[in-house]
Design a protein. Structure first.
Length: 134
């Protein structure tokens, strides 16, 4: 079965969410909340288009506004660095991801960060997901 993209449904989503260039942290947080909601469900083709658009807008904002003073040598060291620099804890991340074992394995370098994990970590720390992939 091939899913057909419905222009009218997509138009309705655009009217509802009004995506635009992100210029403030508050706008970024709003876009991240929408992406997180869409991330955790099976999306229609129209929702997926909105999802991809918002990710692009978020990544552009974050590339222009978030700068790191160090360049971590691995995704695991980046994750450790982000914990150190943020007010977030491993417990916060565990509640967000739902798995203590996953976090332990990633931090120990025993488990590769999947693209889905990278999206979730990027959303959690408000950074570009591609930072977590090698």
């Amino acid at each position: 079965m091939t899913l057909i993209f419905n222009q009218e449904k997509y138009r309705e989503l655009l009217i509802t969410y009004l995506p635009k260039l992100i210029k403030t942290e508050a706008e970024n947080e709003e876009a991240l909340a929408i992406v997180e909601n869409l991330m955790h469900r099976i999306r229609t083709p129209e929702e997926n288009e909105l999802y991809q658009l918002l990710i692009t807008l978020i990544e552009k904002f974050e590339q222009e506004n978030y700068h790191f003073d160090v360049t971590p040598s691995s995704p695991e060291s980046l994750l450790s660095f982000l914990f150190e620099q943020s007010n977030k804890t491993r417990d916060d991340l565990q509640a967000y991801l739902g798995s203590e074992i996953l976090i332990d394995d990633i931090l120990a370098g025993k488990r590769a960060i999947t693209p889905e994990d990278a999206q979730k970590l990027g959303s959690f720390f408000h950074v570009e997901p591609s930072l977590f992939t090698e």
